[in-house]
Design a protein around this ligand. Structure first.
Ligand SMILES: Cc1cc2nc3c(=O)[nH]c(=O)nc-3n(C[C@H](O)[C@H](O)[C@H](O)COP(=O)(O)OP(=O)(O)OC[C@H]3O[C@@H](n4cnc5c(N)ncnc54)[C@H](O)[C@@H]3O)c2cc1C
Length: 526
């Protein structure tokens, strides 16, 4: 394996005696927590990140496997992410927290390849949005006007949201004038958008292709959050060399360099509250660490369910959290094979192999615990991550959505049999491109919802926090500030939502609120 900047992948927490007193403690080291801590560290606060897993990053981590002297790096989560061009918000935030020069952003020329075998459609979606629009118009000339309107709305909603926030603070601004598209679809689904402008079921499926990135089909996913994700995928789309782990490591590095620390293999089991304020955390082994700012990157269900003692959680909060739906989980096979997958037909880094255009019907099958016959996402990681495997080998992934309720808590025999069956199904999907894949497999690991749960502690192995449906997106999600002063949330369970972009945004927003609140407390004392 050749690495020009080995530090990307080789970061380990400094071995250092840990103080008991910090400015900020995060519970968990997912991207939401790391981004918040990196920003707060930059502002001069000493941050302690406490993570139960043996590696930092939450889902944004990788795991290595060796076979016959070859090293394979499997990226747990990152397929691609957006808003990393100079001037776009994620790039600017990475620059602000000091990691932009520590990561290498790889630009993807295509966003994905979509295959609908039953419709004879096999199409690569270019990263350039105008080229994408023109391509769609060539395939669906009768829907040309609808395609234009769809693009207009998907681009308009994200730019209107800040205006809506302004309108919320300034009664002289009429939100329907300032943000007409966002207001029109504020409680709408993607299907509502389609119903207004496109009819062809294949075109609708193609436009909604990235629904699995949010884990809800067109009939349920929030039009607002879909537009945010869609815009981020169609204004430049990227991989980060070294994968999610490279990003997590870069954030950990800057946290440590600014006087912070990352403590792995440590479960937090209580948030300490004194005089009605967050005051620190207690670990499962009984150690206590103190800070007047605690940021929970754990699920809201854990934060308000058992990390806080019940007397600190008002009934209204318990009811609110209890009513919020939990997002989907996922089953993903991580496969290393001999040979170059690109030469065998899997050229693209992201291939959606669709078994139907009815994504809502497919979602019902996911919810019912089925896996056979589901559409599958195939990823050729080697196409974007040249460090993933040695030359002449390939690292692939095959993923389907899954309902964690059908996996977690199964007796071992039943679980093993089910996992073996789903593994065969996922290999079959790869075999539709590489018929002799079974003979080529060097390493295979399959992550089920149980795996996702064990490494993240997210209930049911949820990958996207609370579901991003029409009622629970962006501003309707639990806020970063909580019912306990000094306790904040960061990550996929809070504003604005899930994905690398959502979790990182939540962390950056969280840090901004912490800075504001600390400044207000200091001013009040003066
Ligand atoms: C298979 C898969 C593929 C994905 N693909 C993409 C993609 O291509 N693009 C994209 O944008 N997003 C993708 N995502 C989603 C994205 O990875 C997540 O939304 C995001 O990383 C979540 O970050 P988070 O901050 O919410 O923290 P999480 O990743 O959920 O991490 C939370 C961390 O907190 C720790 N923790 C929890 N409780 C405690 C406790 N009590 N004590 C100590 N530690 C605790 C956990 O161990 C965990 O490390 C994917 C996810 C998965 C699983």
């Amino acid at each position: 394996m050749s690495l020009t900047k080995p530090g990307w992948l080789l970061w380990r927490p400094k071995k250092q005696p840990l103080d008991r007193h910090w400015d900020v403690i995060t519970i968990g080291s997912g991207l939401g927590a790391l981004m918040a801590a990196a920003k707060l560290a930059k502002e001069g606060l000493r941050c302690l990140v406490i993570e139960q897993h043996y590696v930092a990053g939450g889902y944004a981590h990788h795991f290595p496997r060796k076979k016959q002297g070859a090293l394979y790096l499997f990226d747990v989560a990152l397929h691609q992410t957006g808003r990393l061009k100079a001037g776009q918000e994620m790039y600017e935030w990475f620059r602000d927290v000091g990691i932009i020069d520590r990561i290498e952003v790889v630009d993807n020329e295509i966003v994905y390849r979509a295959v609908y075998p039953e419709h004879g459609l096999d199409i690569c979606i270019p990263a350039d949005a105008d080229a994408y629009r023109a391509l769609l118009k060539r395939h669906f000339p009768a829907e040309s006007d609808g395609i234009d309107r769809f693009f207009e709305i998907m681009f308009a909603i994200p730019t209107e949201l800040p205006l809506l926030r302004k309108a919320g603070k300034d009664p002289s601004i009429n939100p329907f004038d300032a943000a007409p598209h966002a207001m029109r679809y504020m409680s709408g689904t993607l299907k509502d958008v389609f119903d207004d402008m496109v009819r062809d079921p294949l075109l609708r499926a193609l436009l909604a292709q990235l629904w699995s990135y949010l884990g809800l089909p067109p009939g349920e996913v929030s039009a607002i959050y879909f537009a945010l994700m869609w815009r981020s995928m169609h204004t430049g789309v990227h991989y980060i060399r070294g994968g999610g782990q490279a990003l997590s490591n870069a954030l950990c590095e800057v946290i440590e360099e600014r006087g912070g620390a990352v403590k792995l293999r440590t479960m937090v089991d209580k948030i300490i509250v004194r005089d009605g304020r967050a005051a620190g955390v207690r670990t499962a082994s009984g150690e206590e660490y103190f800070a007047d700012t605690v940021i929970s990157n754990a699920s809201t269900i854990a934060t308000f369910g058992h990390l806080l003692d019940p007397q600190h959680v008002p009934n209204s909060v318990r009811t609110q959290i209890g009513a919020l739906p939990v997002s989907t989980s996922i089953i993903q096979a991580y496969v290393a094979i001999s040979g170059d997958a690109a030469e065998m037909g899997l050229r693209e880094h992201e291939i959606f192999l669709n078994r139907t255009v009815d994504q809502d019907a497919e979602w019902k099958r996911v919810q019912a615990g089925e896996f056979r016959g589901l559409s599958c996402l195939l990823a050729n990681h080697g196409a974007v991550n040249r460090d993933a495997c040695p030359p002449g080998k390939s690292v692939l992934e095959a993923a389907i959505l899954a309902n964690g309720e059908f996996w977690i808590g199964l007796p071992k025999d039943e679980y093993d049999a089910k996992k073996a069956a789903v593994t065969e199904y996922l290999i079959d999907q790869i075999a539709s491109y590489i018929p002799d894949v079974r003979d080529r497999i060097e390493v295979i690991e399959v992550g089920t919802p149980k795996t996702m749960y064990e490494y993240s502690l997210n209930p049911n192995g949820a990958v996207y926090g609370h579901s991003c449906d029409a009622q629970n997106h962006t501003v309707f999600r639990p806020e970063q500030r909580t019912c306990v002063p000094g306790l904040y949330l960061a990550g996929a369970w809070t504003f604005p939502g899930a994905g690398f972009g959502g979790a990182l945004t939540s962390g950056y927003v969280c840090a901004g609120l912490v800075i504001k609140d600390r400044a207000a407390s200091i001013a009040a004392l003066a």
